[in-house]
Ligand binder design. Structure first.
Ligand code: DX5
Ligand code: ZN
Length: 214
C-alpha cells in the first residue's frame, strides 16, 4: 500500500488558514488531518463544522476528520455536510462502534476507528469489519507537538496482524517526524498524521517527501 501523509492543520498558523491549506497542498499532502476537540473528551477546543465548511471551499484535498468528542454521534451529519471525506471516532466513547460506522458509511464517507495509547490493541478485535481506516494514537490526544510514545511501534505491529487481509489504512497520529517515520512504516503504518513535523518544518515539501519515502 502506498504511504500517505496527512498533515494536521492543528500545527498550522490559524491566523492564515487559507494560505496554510494551500501550503499543505503545494507540499504534496495526500490528505488534510482536521482535529476536532470538544474540551471534554480532551482538554482543548479547536474547530467545528462552520470552519470545515469554509475550508472546503479552498481545496479539493481529502478531509480526514478526527473526532475527539464525548458525543460524536451528534456530529456525524454536521461534519459530513460541512465537507468531511472521512470521519474517525474513538472506541473509548463508542464501545460498540458498528452503528456509528454504518452511519458514516451510509453518508458516503470513509469510516475511521481510533484508540488512545492506553487502550489494548486487542480491544479492536471484532470491530474491524466496518472500518476503512484504523488510527492508533501515538500520544494522548489534546495537543500537537508532543513526543512520540515509543511503545506505539509494537502496537502498530499488533494492529497490522489484527487487520490481516482486510483493506484498511493503518494510520498513526502524534509526534511523527522524519526521525521516526521509517520505524512506524516498517511496523506496518500506511498513513502518517504529521502536524509539527510538517507545518512547522523549515521546508514542508521536503519534510513530507522525506517522511513518505522513509
Ligand atoms: C493530537 C492530535 C494530532 C496532532 C498531531 O491530539 O490528534 O493530530 O495534531 O500533532 P503532532 O504531529 O504535532 O504531534
Ligand atoms: Zn489527530
Amino acid at each position: 500500500m502506498a504511504i500517505k501523509v496527512s498533515p494536521s492543520l492543528l500545527a498550522a498558523d490559524f491566523g492564515n488558514l487559507a494560505t496554510e491549506v494551500k501550503r499543505a497542498e503545494d507540499a504534496g499532502a495526500d490528505m488534510l488531518h482536521l482535529d476536532i476537540m470538544d474540551g471534554h473528551f480532551v482538554p482543548n477546543l479547536t474547530m467545528g463544522p462552520p470552519l470545515i465548511e469554509s475550508l472546503r471551499k479552498l481545496t479539493g484535498l481529502f478531509f480526514d476528520v478526527h473526532l475527539m468528542l464525548d458525543n460524536p454521534e451528534k456530529f456525524i451529519e454536521p461534519f459530513a455536510k460541512a465537507g468531511a471525506d472521512g470521519l474517525t471516532v474513538h472506541l473509548e466513547v463508542c464501545p460498540e462502534p458498528e452503528e456509528i460506522l454504518d452511519r458514516i458509511g451510509a453518508l458516503g464517507k470513509k469510516r475511521g476507528l481510533v484508540i488512545n495509547p492506553d487502550m489494548p490493541v486487542s480491544r479492536l478485535k471484532g470491530h474491524l469489519d466496518k472500518v476503512d481506516l484504523l488510527l492508533l494514537m501515538s500520544v494522548f490526544p489534546g495537543f500537537g507537538g508532543q513526543s512520540f510514545i515509543e511503545e506505539s511501534v509494537e502496537r502498530i505491529r499488533e494492529a497490522k496482524e489484527l487487520i490481516g487481509g482486510r483493506d484498511i489504512d493503518l494510520q498513526i497520529d502524534g509526534g511523527i517526524n522524519v526521525g521516526n517515520a521509517a520505524r512506524v512504516i516498517k511496523a506496518g503504518a500506511t498513513n502518517l498524521v504529521v502536524g509539527t513535523g510538517s507545518f512547522r518544518a523549515p521546508d514542508m515539501k521536503e519534510a513530507i517527501r522525506k517522511i513518505r519515502e522513509a
